[in-house]
Design a protein. Structure first.
Length: 529
């Protein structure tokens, strides 16, 4: 779990994969831009992915984010059991002789989750057991009491026996004080309190957007799934969260989703979402970025349709084409565009890419926003300037000098340059992701001194002041919604993406968190103090 923290790690592991700036000139015809709504800078949030190592703890029930089942056989190595017979929701239907199924919950180091006596509930007949941080105290049919010591790391849950005619299913693992359902539903009240007042919640990681295999509506995640770490969060729960918080949802349509999937998704959103809330709709995530499977898919589809021969150009154009198709479905379902924010995404450092996506098939005419990720970037590798080895010898102040004097002005310049094509077409400029991007890659992530240095820079008071300048520049440039990446996640050699590292971290310990919430408050958002 610790080695697969988030999608940024995937980007860095794969070597960066960011498209080089295209040098081709572009001559734009005169554009009759529609009247655009005046921008209103405000804060949204990318929520951290639902995994067993998620440190945000959004759900009361720890089983919601448990790891998909691991098959074990007596006398064999870890995970060497036979393929498990699972039902459509991911519950184990039967076990082979001398075999069991196992999962991990709360793989969080340092004791950063609640301990004490947990209540395990389940339906069906069989035998469950616990290990790691969990010790079975009492077992009755359908119910067990488990002593949990977070200092011991992860809780292991094992299905030792199950009756194929009435197999164990609907497992819940509830911490002390939550044995009886509360008015907060499935959500931990601290999670709701933390993000109350957000203008928007972007569900890219919750939907497992990058490399998604979802194509048909029948294969979507549903609330009855054994765990949401397998396919992602059910739409019904994402909508419930937005309704409770009064936050607009930002959905990333899977890159292979067929039209029926899109239509049924939109119909469910219209039926369940608070009618006062608008929906942000985006085709996949960073389809322009050659590192992702969705880019390769779009490039292949674009070439098949004759949009371009070069794969990157085919991907840009297919992004525009498929986005328009998706937007039309949403418009039909919602009887117009009033409750929709239709997003065309691009690469922050490259306005040329933006123009290509916006102008193919006049896609900008069917959209509301151009979305970029204008990170405060300081990416270090053996070949960067400065090199990772050089930077590892710097002081924290020197790192922050570089961030303040080089990285921050660069991010601000990207914002200003991207505002031009957006303005010319009457589109809002929004940030689908934003924040610091101090990261080591290309082997440099294994330089422990450098990684420690970047972590120290992230928690330094100066980082809060840099964030304040960054957000002020976004506002002054006329930016609209800005979605930070990301909410709560443990820092590692793959980056320091979380505003907070743990659900129980005092907010005042994070200058980043304090600065961004202060900005949201200044924009009139009713965020937590």
């Amino acid at each position: 779990g610790e080695t697969t923290m988030n999608r940024r790690m995937f980007l860095q592991r794969a070597g960066g994969g960011v498209l080089a700036a295209a040098a081709a000139p572009s001559c734009l015809r005169t554009l009759a831009a529609p009247e655009a709504s005046p921008p209103k800078a405000r804060l949204g949030m990318n929520l951290a992915g639902l995994t067993d190592w998620n440190t945000e703890l959004p759900f009361v029930d720890a089983f919601r984010t448990s790891r998909p089942w691991i098959s074990q056989r007596k006398g064999a190595g870890w995970g060497k059991g036979p393929e498990l017979d699972l039902d459509d929701r991911g519950w184990v239907k039967r076990l082979a002789p001398d075999c069991w199924a196992e999962t991990l919950m709360r793989t969080i180091k340092g004791g950063h989750y609640p301990g004490g006596k947990y209540l395990a509930l389940y339906e069906g007949k069989g035998q469950i057991d616990f290990g790691g941080a969990g010790r079975l105290l009492e077992s009755l049919p359908g119910r067990a009491v488990v002593q949990v010591d977070p200092a011991k790391g992860a809780v292991f849950l094992m299905i030792r026996q199950t009756d194929p005619a009435d197999y164990i299913r609907n497992i819940r693992f509830l911490p002390p004080g939550f044995e009886i359902p509360r008015k907060t539903g499935p959500w931990h009240p601290a999670f709701l309190d933390r993000w109350r007042g957000m203008a928007c919640l972007r569900f890219m990681d919750w939907m497992k957007t990058n490399g998604s295999r979802l194509a048909r509506w029948a294969d979507r995640p549903v609330p009855q799934d054994a765990t949401f770490s397998r396919k992602g969060a059910p739409l019904e729960l994402m909508i419930d969260l937005c309704n409770r918080l009064g936050a607009e949802p930002w959905f990333c349509m899977p890159h292979m989703a067929d039209d029926n999937f899109v239509r049924r998704f939109a119909e469910t959103a219209r039926k369940l979402l608070d009618p006062k809330l608008r929906v942000w709709v985006e085709y996949s995530n960073e389809v322009w970025n050659s590192i992702f499977p969705q880019h390769r898919y779009a490039a292949e589809q674009g070439r098949k349709l004759g949009f371009a021969e070069k794969p990157w150009e085919a991907a840009w154009r297919y992004t525009a084409h498929r986005s328009l198709q998706i937007f039309r479905v949403w418009e039909e379902v919602f009887d117009g565009r009033e409750r929709l924010a239709r997003v065309l995404p691009s690469q922050a450092a490259n306005p040329y890419v933006s123009k290509q996506i916006l102008d193919f098939q006049d896609a900008w005419r069917g959209a509301d926003a151009l979305a970029i990720a204008p990170y405060i970037s300081f990416n270090l590798s053996p070949r960067s300037r400065p090199t990772a080895e050089e930077a590892a010898g710097w002081s924290v102040d020197r790192v922050l000098d570089h961030v303040e004097n080089v990285s921050l002005p660069q991010a601000i310049a990207w914002i200003r340059e991207q505002k031009k094509p957006a303005d010319r077409r009457g589109l809002l400029l929004v940030a689908y992701e934003a924040g610091q991007h101090l990261a080591a890659h290309g082997g440099a992530e294994n330089n422990e001194r450098l990684v420690r240095l970047l972590m120290e820079a992230n928690k330094h008071p100066r980082m809060g002041r840099i964030y304040a300048r960054y957000l002020k520049a976004w506002t002054e440039a006329g930016g609209d919604l800005l979605c930070h990446f990301s909410s709560v996640s443990r820092w590692s050699k793959w980056g320091c993406w979380g505003l907070l590292q743990f659900s129980d971290e005092p907010p005042e310990n994070s200058p980043k968190f304090m600065a961004i919430m202060e900005w949201a408050k200044s924009r009139g958002q009713p965020v937590a103090s």
